[in-house]
Design a protein around this ligand. Structure first.
Ligand SMILES: CC(C)(COP(=O)(O)OP(=O)(O)OC[C@H]1O[C@@H](n2cnc3c(N)ncnc32)[C@H](O)[C@@H]1OP(=O)(O)O)[C@@H](O)C(=O)NCCC(=O)NCCS
Length: 206
């Protein structure tokens, strides 16, 4: 029994990933009482008590914001499911953490380790031996060369490129189209080619 937490656009993408694999979706949960249905699935504000006590319920946090995903995951006692699109090319020697969502056309090569509650967005490419910590989002068409590490909560923007062996810190933001050729410190916002730090953001202080 799978529920999605969050009923916005990201949830719609996840619904379609699960439907393609004939995985049954019980419904969605969202704090906004005005959303009643998404793609035909019922949306409620909370799980009923009966369901809350039922160990068979699995959740996917269908929220794109990395900070919000972390906060919800830390408050939730349920098991987490993963959603992996049928067209994703995931090595048998890659590990995908609980609650993570892998969209259409993603490649994750041998030795890749993806943490919990990651989003690997459409057509991103994660080459061999990359390590992604929890709550990371790799945007569409971003490419990570081999042996890159990405710290917790970092967002790699659409179409960014990261050369081999780079270490990106936690809660950093790599701007759209950025080419990263040097290690990136925690909380840095990086843009351009070659990528340069333009400021520091502190979206999450653990
Ligand atoms: C990097 C980013 C987060 C910065 O956003 P911001 O904090 O609002 O920063 P601003 O828009 O004020 O831009 C600050 C400066 O950086 C420049 N800049 C911003 N993003 C840039 C980018 N991707 N590449 C090159 N320069 C960029 C701006 O032109 C501006 O330069 P200026 O000070 O000379 O005018 C944002 O521009 C971005 O690229 N986000 C990625 C979004 C994405 O890929 N989403 C995918 C969702 S699936």
């Amino acid at each position: 029994m799978i529920y999605l937490y969050g009923a916005g656009g990201h949830a719609k993408v996840i619904i379609e990933i699960l439907e393609k694999k004939n995985i049954f979706i019980s419904g969605l949960i969202d704090v906004n009482p005005d959303i009643k249905k998404v793609l035909g699935y019922p949306v409620s504000e909370v799980l009923s008590d009966t369901l809350s006590l039922n160990g068979e319920v699995e959740i996917i946090i269908a929220i794109g914001n990395n900070v919000v995903r972390k906060k919800i995951a830390e408050k939730t006692n349920h098991m987490f499911a993963t959603a992996i699109h049928t067209s994703a090319n995931i090595s048998v020697n890659a590990l995908i953490g609980k609650g993570s969502v892998i969209m259409a056309g993603v490649t994750a090569n041998s030795g890749v380790v993806v943490g919990s509650h990651n989003i690997l967005n459409s057509n991103c490419c994660i080459d061999h031996d990359c390590i992604l910590e929890d709550y990371v989002h790799i945007s569409p068409n971003a490419a990570l060369a081999g042996n890159v590490t990405v710290g917790e909560g970092t967002h790699v923007g659409i179409g960014a490129c990261i050369i081999p062996g780079i270490k990106i810190g936690k809660w950093a933001i790599i701007g759209a189209g950025t080419v990263v050729i040097k290690d990136i410190p925690d909380y840095a916002v990086v843009v351009g080619n070659p990528g340069k730090v333009i400021k520091y953001n502190y979206p999450y202080k653990g």
